[in-house]
Write a protein that binds this ligand. Structure first.
Ligand code: FES
Length: 87
């Protein structure tokens, strides 16, 4: 059953994001600290439609609860999760 108030982490593994380093983000699910894991739902996308309008942002893209993270790294995504969990 889906819990309310989960933080949705959307990873993009489309071509643009993947060549720009999204492959490294695959490990994120296993890296999420145990105390956050229950609060987080990870979804993979084939394109978040952000690369097409990437004039001011760079791939790879990740969305954390709708918030766009560009040039996403494992560290950036974990930080975003952390700040969402802690309100
Ligand atoms: S390939 Fe990632 S946003 Fe399009």
């Amino acid at each position: 059953m889906e819990e309310a108030g989960k933080i949705l982490v959307e990873l993009c593994f489309g071509t643009t994001c993947f060549v720009m380093g999204a492959s490294k983000l695959q490990e994120i699910e296993s890296i999420i600290p145990p105390q956050y894991r229950k609060r987080v739902e990870v979804k993979a996308h084939t394109c978040l439609d952000l690369c097409k309008n990437a004039t001011y942002m760079k791939a790879p893209f990740v969305k954390v609860d709708g918030e766009i993270i560009s040039e996403a790294t494992v560290e950036k995504v974990l930080k975003a999760i952390e700040s969402k969990v802690n309100g």
